[in-house]
Design a protein around this ligand. Structure first.
Ligand code: SF4
Ligand code: FES
Length: 378
């Protein structure tokens, strides 16, 4: 990384650092499910290292003071924290909009009622459209039935709800049924996100990689449903990366609008940032959140555009997608500064596409489930 830590643009001018709008608080890595595409790191944080409820309350106050408006309570499974209601109440008291991202497992009707008036919105994950698919993908028997029960309680209490459907080769053909399910649950939104092949998902590329035909059909299903449900339900769709010509602007640009706090208090520019070698991260137990945001070496590493190599450095899209995803560049190119190989202008794009097509043609259904067995010490 550069010696001069201040972010600069491609012409060497200093870049103004804005304020974060959203924060993702990973309350725990514990989770009863074992989804093979989990976004948690492969090395999971153990329960004894997690921030206590009072420490989270302090983080939320600091976040609100520095301008954060939206808080996403996530995990692992946030309901694995017995003190979830206390933590969520602290967030509400700090003045934050509180979104709970959950599989539903571990929530009871009584626990949901405790969260009524505290949590503003619930995002419920969906692994499949029936018990056979959902329980297989989640690695947890009975998860689908319990999730549907939680959805009914949440609906009866009146929580605004989004269904988060993670799609891949094994379930993408049933996308229209997922949309119907969201509609039947009176969801305001469904997010249909194709698996991002980092971390655990990277261990499952062969069983999960969607085919080009599936992606084409999924686009048509989404387009038709958007027309039909206009004004009633929003459908967000994140297609398969390897089929795109240009990458997404990951995190809306590194260190520009959002930050993540890991269960042990490490403050990260994105959930996968610890996969990037050479970055150093700070802990909110040791350093104030605002100082980490403004001055942290990891946050400044990819702000601005001065860090970009070619072809991004001279590309007209460099301030649209910021060169794509740094973690994907790290995983695929072995260099976090590289152009995201998802970009058709990357020298690695053709290889990425060929590998993905070969993986999509595999008939493997053997899943590597996310497990806590590879716990990180410390
Ligand atoms: Fe984006 Fe870089 Fe590709 Fe241009 S070359 S489109 S900036 S990733
Ligand atoms: Fe880290 Fe995209 S996931 S920058």
């Amino acid at each position: 990384m550069r010696d001069d830590p201040a972010p600069r643009d491609i012409d060497g001018n200093p870049v103004r650092v804005g304020l974060p709008m959203a924060m993702l608080a990973e309350l725990t890595h514990r989770c009863p499910l074992a989804c093979p595409y989990c976004s948690n790191p492969v090395e999971l944080t153990r329960a004894s290292a997690e921030l206590k409820a009072a420490e989270w309350a302090d983080v939320f106050r600091q976040a609100a003071e520095m301008g954060v408006l939206q808080l996403h309570l996530s995990g692992g499974e946030p309901a694995s924290r017995r003190d979830l209601a206390e933590i969520a109440t602290a967030a509400r008291d700090a003045g934050l909009y509180v979104n709970l991202i959950t599989s539903g497992i571990g929530l009871t009707e009584a626990r949901l009622r405790e969260l009524d008036g505290v949590v503003d919105h619930i995002q419920l994950s969906l692994q499949g459209i029936d018990a056979e698919m959902a329980d297989w993908i989640s690695g947890y028997g009975g998860s689908f039935a319990r999730k549907m029960q939680v959805a009914q309680w949440a609906r009866a209490i009146g929580f605004p709800m989004t269904l988060n459907a993670v799609v891949h080769r094994q379930n993408l053909d049933r996308l229209s049924e997922m949309i119907d399910l969201a509609e039947g649950l009176d969801c305001r939104r469904i997010e249909v996100a194709t698996v991002q092949f980092h971390g655990w998902a990277d261990l499952n590329r062969r069983p999960l990689m969607p085919t080009q035909e599936q992606a084409t059909r999924a686009r048509a299903v989404v387009d038709e449903a958007r027309q039909r449900l206009k004004g009633r339900m929003v459908i967000d769709y994140v297609p398969a990366d390897h089929l795109a010509s240009f990458p997404k602007s990951c995190m809306g640009g590194w260190g520009s609008t959002g930050l993540n706090v890991a269960p042990d208090g490490m403050v990260l520019p994105c959930h996968a940032a610890q996969t990037i070698k050479g970055l150093t991260f700070e802990n909110v137990r040791d350093v104030p959140l605002a100082r980490i945001w403004h001055d942290g070496a990891a946050f400044n590493a990819f702000r601005g555009t001065a860090w970009m190599p070619e072809p991004c450095a001279s590309c007209e899209r460099r301030e649209i997608d910021f060169g794509g995803c740094r973690c994907q560049a790290m995983a695929m190119a072995g260099d976090a500064r590289a152009t995201d190989p998802v970009c058709s202008r990357s020298s690695l794009h053709a290889q990425l596409r060929a590998e993905a097509e070969a993986e999509a043609a595999s008939d493997s259904t053997v899943l590597v489930y996310r497990r806590m067995t590879r716990e990180k010490r410390g």
